[in-house]
Design a protein around this ligand. Structure first.
Ligand code: HEC
Length: 207
């Protein structure tokens, strides 16, 4: 369980930082959104270290990071993507504007999850030896990503049908009351997956 969560968090952080270099030379709205993304990325990295047990868990820092991400999510984010704004060195995909509803729903989802993380921060993490250990685990320590009790079947109310925690579902309804009762790392993983989902769909990966 512990190892699994470590791997998830680590891969999310790697995926996020891998693209953080292309920033130089940007101007105008492209620079603004890259700066906003970078600020969020810093918050995600520091929270991720806590969730992996590399640094001590601090609920206040998690709340601050969550609040910061919330401020950059939703409308604040989508307003930084005026139609056709692909000036160099942007790596945004033109599909953003042909799939605008989906883009908006991912940005909104990020806001809901950031809100949820803020609310769940005091619950502490389940993985890093927090006292919620075992609390929401199914038989045999189901893993976070799979059909485990936490993210799978048991979460169907939370995931509204799609049952897919990778995000991106259009009608994904996230219940703030459910999120507020989850272990903080569970909510955090969902949040970080939302960053990744949007990047996979709407950002060109430089390799
Ligand atoms: C709704 C879609 C969406 C969501 C959600 C999203 N991003 Fe992004 N992100 C993008 C797009 C599109 C770009 C590319 C922007 C460009 O190059 O013009 C980007 C770029 C980035 C960059 C590179 C910035 C740079 O300096 O080049 C980082 C880092 C980043 N995002 C981090 C995050 C983090 C962390 C989260 C979650 C907390 C997140 N993003 C959520 C769409 C999203």
């Amino acid at each position: 369980m512990k190892r699994q969560s470590y791997l998830i968090a680590a891969s999310v952080v790697t995926a996020i930082s891998a693209a953080a270099y292309a920033h130089t030379g940007a101007t105008g709205i492209v620079k603004e959104r890259m700066d906003a993304m970078s600020v969020m990325s810093k918050a995600v990295k520091s929270i991720s270290k806590m969730m992996m047990g590399e640094t001590p868990y601090d609920a206040d820092v998690v709340k601050q990071g969550a609040a910061l991400i919330k401020n950059h999510a939703g409308e604040a984010m989508t307003s930084q993507f005026p139609e056709g704004s692909l000036q160099k060195p942007s790596v945004a995909k033109p599909e953003i504007w042909t799939n605008w509803d989906e883009f908006v729903s991912l940005a909104d989802r990020l806001g809901v999850l950031a809100d949820g993380l803020e609310a769940a921060a005091d619950n502490g993490p389940m993985m890093a030896g927090g006292n919620a250990e075992g609390h929401m685990m199914g038989e045999g320590g189901a893993n976070m990503m799979g059909g485990g009790s936490m993210m799978g079947d048991g979460a169907s109310g939370m995931m509204s049908g799609s049952g897919n925690m990778m995000g991106g579902g259009r009608d994904m309804m996230l219940d703030p009351a459910v999120l507020a009762r989850m272990p903080a790392d569970g909510v955090f993983n969902m949040l970080a997956q939302t960053c990744s989902s949007c990047h996979t769909k709407f950002r060109i990966e430089k390799k």
